[in-house]
Design a protein. Structure first.
Length: 225
């Protein structure tokens, strides 16, 4: 089961304002609010370093919580593995090498904790922002390094939505691909909740930007000598 939807950025030109976009989005998603802060409409508590003073955050996104299931289950397996293996070892092994065994178990739990923290931080800090001016992709590398990529709304050329498989349809998450004319030509919002709503927000923002550009051109012609 899968759905792939394409939208030409020039196909919609209805003028809308940012406040009305946010209001419409809140009305549309009020019955399907995503937990764990993975889908926040116009949040006041979230921000990013290169945000402009007059810029308004429309959407804040994380990967859907279902994407954490895999590494969470692996963490649980790692936690219980020593308890499963230890009784299978011969008694003589503990008589002669008890400290070594305990040290190995301690090391294993430290490894498991590191594995969990690393995956959690990747999930928590890999985020996306959609503002009234641009889309921003923040890729977490470590506590001291993040990669921030962004492109202006006016540079968006095409938007694609991909929602494939049973679980993506059941839990309503998928990918939104943004094709741009910028240096980074493709922005991929991976495994985000409510992808159709995200796509519609981008459509509205493109329409708003086109209307603003049209008004500027008209004013420019009117003010020409």
């Amino acid at each position: 089961m899968g759905v792939i939807y394409n939208h030409s950025a020039a196909a919609k030109s209805k003028p809308v304002e940012t406040k009305s976009i946010i209001k419409k989005l809140r009305r549309r998603v009020k019955d399907k609010k995503a937990p764990l802060g993975i889908f926040l409409v116009a949040p006041h508590e979230e921000d990013f370093d290169v945000k402009e003073e007059e810029e308004t955050i429309v959407l804040f996104l994380r990967h859907h919580w279902f994407t954490t299931i895999k590494w969470f289950i692996v963490t649980l397996i790692f936690l219980f593995l020593p308890a499963v293996i230890k009784p299978l070892l011969p008694v003589e092994f503990f008589v002669y090498d008890g400290k070594l065994v305990n040290g190995a178990i301690l090391f294993w739990y430290l490894f498991t904790l590191t594995y969990f923290i690393r995956n959690f931080l990747d999930w928590y800090y890999d985020v996306y922002f959609i503002t009234d001016e641009r889309v921003v992709d923040i890729n977490f590398r470590n506590m001291l390094s993040r990669q921030i990529s962004d492109t202006r709304i006016e540079r968006i050329q095409d938007i694609s939505l991909s929602q494939q498989g049973f679980f993506e349809s059941l839990f309503n998450y998928g990918d939104v691909l943004v094709q741009t004319a910028a240096e980074k030509s493709l922005f991929k919002f991976r495994s985000i909740p409510n992808p159709r709503d995200v796509l519609e927000v981008l459509q509205d923002l493109i329409a708003q930007e086109e209307e603003e550009n049209y008004k500027r051109r008209v004013e420019g012609v009117g003010n020409a000598p």
